[in-house]
Ligand binder design. Structure first.
Ligand SMILES: C/C1=C2N=C(/C=C3N=C(/C(C)=C4\N[C@@](C)([C@@H]5N=C1[C@](C)(CCC(=O)O)[C@H]5CC(=O)O)[C@@](C)(CC(=O)O)[C@@H]4CCC(=O)O)[C@@](C)(CC(=O)O)[C@@H]\3CCC(=O)O)C(C)(C)[C@@H]/2CCC(=O)O
Length: 213
């Protein structure tokens, strides 16, 4: 290989400076002009988690989603996550009320529930959210089936979340489940299409939890 300079490498070692440059780059490259300021602040952190400055074009939101999610968190609402990866990515110290972060995917009852209901473990795990759904902040970053099941539970009257960050990734059901969320009447933030994922979703929760970048 030519042109490769070996160690010592010249790279930035100051974490605060890395963050400052990252966020400045995102704000320079992403087209944030059409977003309300509070949505733009969340979008910047979502882009920071995935490196895709064109993510903005697939973003959709209901007008009050950030305000309502923030108010719910301040009032102590739990954050209900579909995957441990989402739950693990949430920075606990940013949460305003020592909020509970819940992921029921690995509850020992879930495999039997999935078998009985004939669905994925990700969707079956939501059966264990029923008594916590009302007023919660839901963060779905992996499983489209979990988002579909959430909408079914809400339609059945199981409780209405304060806000739903519906950002599952993938090729089967991801785009469709997010479209369904935008038509559900729930306060929502989505990335339309195939893109999404646990890291982007956790970043959205972190941005909503704390207003600073
Ligand atoms: C079909 C599934 C998809 N998974 C994707 C991407 C990733 N999943 C990872 C991991 C570690 C997990 N995925 C599961 C949720 C597992 N994934 C599925 C399911 C089969 C069904 C979900 C659905 O379609 O709605 C699901 C199993 C289930 O029965 O629900 C996971 C539970 C599997 C397991 O380890 O048992 C697990 C979640 C672990 C956790 O709690 O965090 C990946 C890291 C992939 C990998 O392991 O290589 C990756 C993470 C992506 C992310 O950012 O979150 C897809 C692409 C979303 C895919 C669904 C869509 C598709 O295939 O089109």
């Amino acid at each position: 290989m030519t042109g490769f300079a070996g160690p010592p490498f010249d790279y930035i070692r100051d974490g605060a400076e890395i963050y400052r440059r990252s966020f400045a780059t995102i704000r320079a490259e992403a087209d944030l002009d059409g977003l309300p300021p509070e949505v733009a602040q969340v979008a910047v952190r979502m882009i920071h988690a995935c490196g895709m400055t064109d993510l903005v074009r697939d973003l959709a939101w209901s007008p009050q989603v950030v305000t309502r999610a923030r108010a719910a968190l301040r009032a102590g609402a739990p954050v209900l996550c579909d995957a441990e990866m989402v739950a693990s990515g949430i920075t606990r110290r940013r949460l305003p009320a020592d909020n509970e972060v819940v992921c029921t995917l690995n509850d020992p009852r879930v495999p039997e529930l999935a078998e009985r209901l004939g669905t994925t473990r990700s969707a079956a795990a939501l059966e264990l959210w029923r008594d916590r759904l009302e007023g919660s902040v839901v963060a779905i970053g992996n499983a489209p089936t979990a988002l579909f099941r959430l909408l079914e539970l809400v339609a059945e009257g199981a409780g209405r979340p304060a806000a739903v960050l519906g950002i599952p990734v993938g090729f089967v059901g991801a785009a469709e489940s997010k479209l369904a969320l935008t038509r559900s009447g729930l306060d929502h933030l989505v990335v339309h299409g195939r893109r999404g994922g646990s890291a982007i979703t956790a970043a959205a929760v972190n941005a909503i939890a704390c207003e600073r970048e």
